[in-house]
Write a protein that binds this ligand. Structure first.
Ligand code: SIN
Ligand code: FE2
Length: 210
């Protein structure tokens, strides 16, 4: 926990091996990288294995991208929409994720996948665990841009109590170690407009998938 110039906390532990790093990803250049990625691999609604449309729009960058379709959830090296590899992970984003992980106590993190989620008002992400990755010793690094959202963070069991944390533009959440399989989700996004993203929230989650 480091007090900054104004005496507020920059690093906020939320559970053992889980921390919010406030405001470290506020540089507009990060959002510009997202726009460039989306020009190559556009945001799209994926289908659940059960055939429902996922409310959040998604794309990816990096060697592997997370996808969902009738055949299940998995990581793939190619974007099924374009038939081409996902756009490479920009070095600036990779550095950001590695720096955040190190600051939260995970110095050996080298992500090979970045799922990018786009929420508009009225859209949520239900409680779930991130468990499609081969290597569960690596943490998850989650970057929030644009409109604020309420992040739910529970424990490793579905029935564990869930705390709520508001995430603002530039906030980064890191969880790993004993928190790696903690349940989490995003409550329904409230209406609003952000100077950089408009009426949307963008979330990037960096993972070691392969
Ligand atoms: C996720 O769990 O994949 C996304 C979380 C978020 O949008 O903050
Ligand atoms: Fe998740």
């Amino acid at each position: 926990m480091q007090p900054d110039l104004f005496g507020t906390r920059r690093n906020e532990p939320i559970a053992p091996d889980a921390m919010i790093l406030r405001g470290i990803a506020a540089d507009p250049a990060i959002h510009h990288e997202v726009l460039r990625i989306a020009e190559i691999s556009p945001f799209r609604h994926m289908q659940t294995p059960g055939g429902k449309q996922i409310g959040v729009e998604m794309t990816n960058c990096g060697a592997l991208g997370w996808i969902s379709d009738r055949r299940g959830y998995r990581y793939e090296p190619e974007d099924p929409l374009t038939g081409k590899p996902w756009p490479p992970m920009p070095p600036s984003l990779q550095n950001l994720a590695e720096t955040a992980a190190a600051e939260a106590g995970f110095p050996d993190f080298h992500p090979d996948a970045c799922l990018i989620n786009r929420y508009v008002p009225g859209i949520k992400m239900g409680l779930h665990q991130d468990r499609d990755e081969a290597d569960l010793t690596a943490p998850i690094v989650s970057v929030s841009l644009g409109l604020p959202a309420i992040f739910q963070f529970g424990g490793p069991e579905r029935r564990d109590p869930v705390a709520r944390h508001t995430l603002h533009h530039g906030d980064v959440v890191v969880w790993g170690g004993v928190a790696r399989l903690n349940w989490h989700g995003i409550l329904t996004l409230r209406p609003g407009s952000h100077p950089l993203t408009g009426a949307a929230r963008i979330n990037l989650t960096f993972r070691r998938a392969g």
